[in-house]
Structure formats: structure tokens, C-alpha cells
Design a protein around this ligand. Structure first.
Ligand code: DGL
Length: 270
């Protein structure tokens, strides 16, 4: 086997299960690669944590993840982490790092009413990075912002097969639409939210929902030819979902992880 034919090892990082929505898009485009998923369940949820804390967790965990699993490329599949920690991680590691930020640009291009909504975590909607993204790329649209931790928790519950309330999903989106009834496109600016796409589309069939998954997958694909895999002793592990702390909730996710291609559960030891 030559270096070019060794499957690339792609790591996907998030605070919780949200990054699975991105991992699914990347895997669809690059089925041959080997995938590793790290959830920082110890520090979840990031959306209500101070910026400095998110930078510190993300940098430390990503370094350890890359070293432990000999990754070739890392996707920070978390808007809350990417909008504040991307540069710090890029400085700290040697492999290419792709971040996920709210898809404001495509939403601005898609809106016919010129009113769009951004649904993200409470931290992401306040970030200077996000506000600049809106200023530069909203294409003349007005942008209503709604921070929601409730939807993050509901997505986690859904994946653990626990009961969750559709009325609670509706209340969060109604709070956004209440700010501007002309909104015709909503950006899902948190990677947890595409996991609720079926519920959202059913509740609001006229709204167009936009996320960053497909764009991230194309970005990863475009990077792969530039990566020379280090000729390390060949590893055969793949499809591993890793957590930063062993909990009953992490174990209860194992069935939900299988359709995303993660059959093995592991716990990162620092
Ligand atoms: N999935 C993460 C994002 O895209 C955030 C969830 C959390 O609050 O930890 O922003």
C-alpha cells in the first residue's frame, strides 16, 4: 500500500452529538476515509460557557485527539467552538483544521423576503465573529438572532432516545419568527440543530433551513489531496466515537452512533 492509498484519518470534534450532523455530510462525500469522533461531554454544553473556557477545552482536547488517533485532518464541527477557538487550535496543531461557522452567506442569497433568522447557541449569537459574518455576508438582509440552549438539549435527548417535546422546539423557533414575521430562511448555526431537521421541516414547511454541513464536506474534500499521510505504522482502527468522560449517558448513545458509522466507543485519557 502506498501513502496515497492509505485511508485518510478524519477527526470530527464537538461538545456533544451535534458534530455527527457534520460527520454524516463529510462521510457521504468521502466514504473511503476513516472517521473518529470526539465529544467533550465533560464540558458540554459550550453555548453557555465563557469564551476563554471554550478556547481552553477545545485546544487541549483537539491536541490530544490528534495525537492519540494520528489524525490527518480535523473538523471542529461546533460553531460555538469554531467562532472563538479556531485560530488557537490552528496554532497549536500541525494538521489542517476546518471550522464550522453559521451559513449566513448562502442564507442571504436564498432569501426572497430579505429577512433571515439565525438560530445558534447563546454564545454564538453574541460573538464578534458572528456579527462580522452578518455585516459582511448577509447580502442586504435583516438578520434576527435567537440563542437557544433548549434545542441543544433536545437534540441530545433525541439521540439518546429519550422523550422530548415538539412544543419546546416550536417555542424556540417562534421566539425567532416573532422578531420578524417576514423571515423565509433560517440558518441552523449550531451543529446540533440539523439533527432536528425532520421536526423543524414538519413544524414550518414554508421555511428554508440552511446549515454548513455540505460546505464543510467540500472543504475537507478539497484539502485531502494536499495532505501527505505520515507513513506511520499502519493502523486499522476506524469508526471510533470518543468521549472525554465515561458516563451512563455516553454509553446510552452507542446505538445512535451506529448509523453515523461509529461502532466503537472509547474514552479519552488525559
Ligand atoms: N454543537 C455546538 C455548536 O455547533 C454547540 C452545542 C453546545 O452548546 O455545546 O455550536
Amino acid at each position: 500500500m502506498t501513502a496515497g492509498t492509505i485511508p485518510k484519518r478524519i477527526g470530527v470534534y464537538d461538545s456533544g452529538v451535534g458534530g455527527l450532523s457534520v460527520a454524516a455530510c463529510v462521510r457521504r462525500l468521502l466514504p473511503e476515509a476513516h472517521y473518529f469522533y470526539l465529544s467533550d461531554n465533560l464540558n458540554f454544553p459550550y453555548g453557555i460557557k465563557p469564551d476563554e473556557a471554550v478556547v481552553a477545552f477545545t485546544t487541549k482536547n483537539c491536541k490530544k485527539f490528534i495525537d492519540s488517533y494520528e489524525l490527518d485532518v480535523l473538523v471542529i464541527a461546533c460553531n460555538t467552538a469554531s467562532t472563538v477557538a479556531l485560530e488557537a487550535v490552528r496554532i497549536a496543531v500541525k494538521i489542517p483544521v476546518v471550522g464550522v461557522v453559521p451559513a449566513v452567506k448562502p442564507a442571504g442569497q436564498l432569501s426572497t423576503s430579505k429577512s433571515i433568522g439565525l438560530l445558534a447557541t447563546p454564545a454564538t449569537v453574541k460573538r464578534p465573529y458572528t456579527l462580522k459574518l452578518i455585516e459582511d455576508f448577509a447580502n442586504g438582509c435583516s438578520v434576527a438572532l435567537q440563542g437557544s440552549s433548549v434545542l441543544v438539549e433536545i437534540a441530545e435527548k433525541k439521540l439518546r432516545s429519550e422523550l422530548y417535546s415538539t412544543a419546546a422546539i416550536k417555542a424556540e423557533v417562534d421566539a425567532l419568527l416573532g422578531q420578524d414575521p417576514k423571515i423565509d430562511v433560517i440558518v441552523l448555526g449550531c451543529t446540533h440543530f440539523p439533527l432536528l431537521q425532520d421536526e423543524l421541516s414538519q413544524l414550518y414547511p414554508k421555511i428554508q433551513w440552511v446549515d454548513s454541513g455540505a460546505a464543510i464536506a467540500s472543504r475537507v474534500k478539497s484539502l485531502l489531496p494536499t495532505i501527505t499521510p505520515t507513513l506511520k505504522p499502519q493502523r486499522h482502527d476506524a469508526g471510533v466515537a470518543i468521549f472525554t468522560i465515561e458516563t451512563a449517558a455516553a454509553h446510552s448513545l452507542s446505538n445512535a452512533l451506529i448509523p453515523f458509522g461509529f461502532n466503537i466507543t472509547d474514552f479519552l485519557k488525559f
